[in-house]
Design a binder for this molecule. Structure first.
Ligand code: MG
Length: 209
């Protein structure tokens, strides 16, 4: 057991981390690299608060997977009454081998996607400071660029995702939305250092062990 994690805002405020809603295949080029189509309705999966890890964390790769992938994503952190409190950059870490097996068997993705510390997220920039995008997302691993894209290429915008998720789940303050990844997902290995950026405004750095 650990203490409930908190979002850390760049202005010094904090907020308990709630439910993490994650959207699959929200960029056409990533859907294509996975050999899949952009879905008619959004693909939604969840990560629990224990999936959160702060910037500068060391993340031990899970023993039950031999193929963990990075997916750099814009993270939307919700305020009260469906307002957007701020934006951050995060990694939707994915046990791709478990996900492939689950897809084949038609089973849920929870063990592939929602393990402890599978969601490292940067500090959160208040929306009042950064605006609402579009933003540029990028990811380097050991100094080499792996992913780069604009959130303007999302198939479904942040506003549409907020409406959709709220209509089904009722979004609450402290919940967040992982909005999907651009193309370029690949494996991370023990010893790798990943640096994700949102518009050169906020950076997430994690090391894998
Ligand atoms: Mg993802």
């Amino acid at each position: 057991m650990t203490d409930r994690p908190h979002w850390m805002f760049t202005d010094g405020t904090t907020m308990p981390v709630g439910t993490m809603y994650c959207i699959g295949r929200n960029y056409a080029a990533h859907a294509a690299e996975m050999g899949a189509a952009v879905p008619t309705d959004p693909i939604v999966f969840l990560k629990p608060p224990s999936a959160y890890a702060a910037t500068d964390s060391v993340i031990t790769l899970p023993s039950f997977s031999t193929n963990v992938h990075h997916e750099v994503e814009l993270v939307v952190v919700m305020g009260p009454d469906r307002t957007i409190a701020g934006y951050a950059v995060g990694l939707d870490l994915t046990a791709r081998d478990l996900q492939a097996a689950a897809k084949q068997r038609g089973e849920p993705w929870a063990t592939a996607k929602s393990w402890a510390r599978s969601a490292p997220v940067s500090h959160v920039v208040p929306a009042s400071q950064i605006g609402h995008g579009p933003f540029t997302l990028s990811l380097e691993v050991n100094g080499e660029q792996r992913q780069h894209g604009s959130t303007g290429l999302m198939e479904r915008s942040v506003a549409i995702l907020v409406d959709y998720l709220d209509s089904i789940f009722t979004l609450q303050e402290g919940d967040c939305i992982f909005t999907g990844t651009p193309e370029g997902v690949a494996r991370v290995m023990a010893g790798d250092v990943a640096t994700a950026r949102l518009d050169d405004v906020i950076t997430l750095t994690v090391q894998f062990a």
